[in-house]
Design a protein around this ligand. Structure first.
Ligand code: ASP
Ligand code: MG
Length: 404
C-alpha cells in the first residue's frame, strides 16, 4: 500500500470554496497515483487566533489542559468539514482527532512534544477509507488530556505522521508557491527556490519567515524526510526541503531575509573589567530576555567600554528597566527600535571565502551603515536603520546573483 501525507494550512481551508479546491487536488492525486492519503489539516485561518483571545479573557496562563481543549477544536471543525465534502464526492473518508489515533505527547500543555504515533491504526483504516483527515496540531498525554503542539504545529503533525508510517517525504500545502530567495513583497525579483536544506530553512525560520513550524523541520532533518512546500492554488512544484547532499544547486547564498522584531540597546561608559558582560547578560537572562546580536567597543584610554546588543522588540522597555534597576554601573543607556536585521543564509558559505566581504561592500556602496554584525556557519546578519531595509535587500539580492 502506498501512502502519501498531505498537509493543508489555514488559508487553504479558509472557506468552503477553498475546501472544494482541496477535494479537487485529492481527486487528481488518487486518480493519478492510486495512493491512500493522510490529509493533515489546520484550523480555518483566523479560527485559532479567535480561540486564543477567548481563552485569554479568562486566563492568561496558556499552559493548561483547558487551553489545549479549546484550541484543538479549530482542527476538529475543519477536519470534519473536509471529510464531509470528500464523502460527498464519493471519496471515502473519515476525520480523526489526535487522541483517537492516538498521537501521544508529553504533558507540556500549549507546547507539547510528540512521543509516539499509533501508525497501525492509520494503516488499518485504509482498508475502509481512501483518505483519513487528521486534525493537525494536537495529541493526547499519558494523563489522557488533549494537548497542542505550539502555534503552527500542524506541520509537525504531518512530518511526524509521515515518519511513523515509514515514508520518505510529505507535502505541505499553503497559499505561497514555495520558499523564496527574499520577501517578494519587498524584493521585486525574488525567485522561488527549487531546493533548500534543513539547516537553511531553520535559519530562515528563526529569522522570521514563517513558512514551516521549526520543529517540523528539526524532525524532518533528524529522520531524513523530504518536505515539499507547495501551493494549493497552483499545480506547479514548490520548494523541496532536503539534506545538503541532495541539494541541486549549491549557491553560496540561498536566501536573504529581514526581521523588524528587534530593538537595539546601547550601554555607554561601563567599566572595562572582567565579569561585566556576565553581569549584564545575567540580569537580562534572569528577566527571561533573549539577547541576540552583541558588539562591544573600548574607549581609547581602555577604561570604559560600550556595549550594544539586540533584544526582542517586545522586551525593549523591560530590558532597559531591568538594567536601570540592577547594580551594574554605566553612564548612559539608549534604546532604538527603528532598526532591522538583514541576514544572508546559505550552506555554500561553509566552503566559500569573501561572502561577508561582499555583503559589507554592497551595503557600503549604498551608503548603508552597519551597526552590529553576527555570524554562524551558514548565516551572516547585520543590523541597519529600518528605512534602508528595502534598498539593502534589493542590493544584496543582486550582489549574490539571486535575481534570475
Ligand atoms: N491552527 C494552529 C495555529 O493556528 C496550528 C496550525 O495552523 O498549524 O497555530
Ligand atoms: Mg503554518
Amino acid at each position: 500500500m502506498s501512502i502519501n501525507v498531505m498537509k493543508f494550512g489555514g488559508t487553504s481551508v479558509a472557506n468552503i470554496s477553498r475546501i472544494r479546491n482541496i477535494v479537487k487536488i485529492i481527486e487528481e492525486k488518487i486518480y493519478s497515483t492510486g495512493e491512500k492519503i493522510v490529509l493533515v489539516v489546520s484550523a480555518m485561518s483566523g479560527v485559532t487566533n479567535k480561540l486564543v483571545l477567548e481563552y485569554k479573557k479568562l486566563n492568561t496562563n496558556i499552559s493548561t489542559p483547558e487551553y489545549d481543549v479549546i484550541l484543538s477544536t479549530g482542527e476538529q471543525h475543519s477536519s470534519a468539514l473536509i471529510s464531509t465534502m470528500l464523502n460527498e464526492k464519493k471519496i471515502s473518508s473519515r476525520s480523526i482527532l489526535g487522541w483517537q489515533i492516538p498521537i501521544i505527547t508529553d504533558n507540556n500543555h500549549s507546547q507539547a512534544r510528540i512521543l509516539s504515533i499509533n501508525s497501525k491504526l492509520i494503516k488499518s483504516y485504509f482498508k475502509k477509507y481512501k483518505v483519513l483527515v487528521v486534525a493537525g496540531f494536537q495529541g493526547v498525554s499519558h494523563e489522557n488530556r488533549i494537548t497542542t503542539l505550539g502555534r503552527g504545529g500542524s506541520d509537525t503533525s504531518a512530518v511526524a505522521i509521515a515518519y511513523s508510517l515509514g515514508l520518505k517525504s510529505c507535502e505541505i500545502y499553503s497559499d505561497v508557491d514555495g520558499i523564496f530567495t527574499s520577501d517578494p513583497r519587498v524584493v521585486k525579483n525574488a525567485n522561488k527556490i527549487d531546493s533548500i536544506t534543513y539547516e537553511e530553512i531553520l535559519e530562515l525560520a528563526s529569522l522570521g519567515s514563517k513558512v514551516l513550524h521549526p520543529r517540523s523541520v528539526e524532525l524532518a532533518m533528524k529522520y531524513g524526510i523530504k518536505i515539499h512546500v507547495r501551493s494549493s492554488f497552483k499545480r506547479k512544484l514548490g520548494t523541496m526541503v532536503v539534506k545538503e547532499e541532495n541539494k541541486i544547486e549549491k549557491e553560496v547564498v540561498t536566501g536573504i531575509t529581514s526581521s523588524e522584531n528587534e530593538a537595539k540597546i546601547t550601554l555607554k561608559g561601563i567599566p572595562d573589567k572582567p565579569g561585566i558582560a556576565a553581569e549584564i547578560f545575567g540580569a537580562l537572562a534572569r528577566a527571561n530576555i533573549n539577547v541576540d546580536m552583541i558588539v562591544q567597543n573600548i574607549t581609547d584610554d581602555g577604561k570604559f567600554a560600550s556595549l550594544t546588543f539586540t533584544v526582542p522588540i517586545d522586551d525593549q522597555n523591560k530590558a532597559v528597566k531591568e538594567l536601570r534597576k540592577s547594580k551594574i554601573k554605566f553612564k548612559k543607556i539608549h534604546s532604538n527600535d527603528n532598526i532591522c536585521k538583514i541576514s544572508i543564509v546559505g550552506v555554500g558559505m561553509k566552503s566559500n571565502v569573501g561572502v561577508a566581504q561582499k555583503m559589507f561592500e554592497t551595503l557600503a556602496k549604498k551608503n548603508i551603515n552597519i551597526q552590529v554584525i553576527s555570524t554562524s556557519e551558514i548565516k551572516i546578519s547585520v543590523l541597519i536603520d529600518l528605512p534602508k531595509k528595502k534598498m539593502a535587500l534589493n542590493a544584496l539580492h543582486i550582489a549574490y546573483g539571486l535575481k534570475k
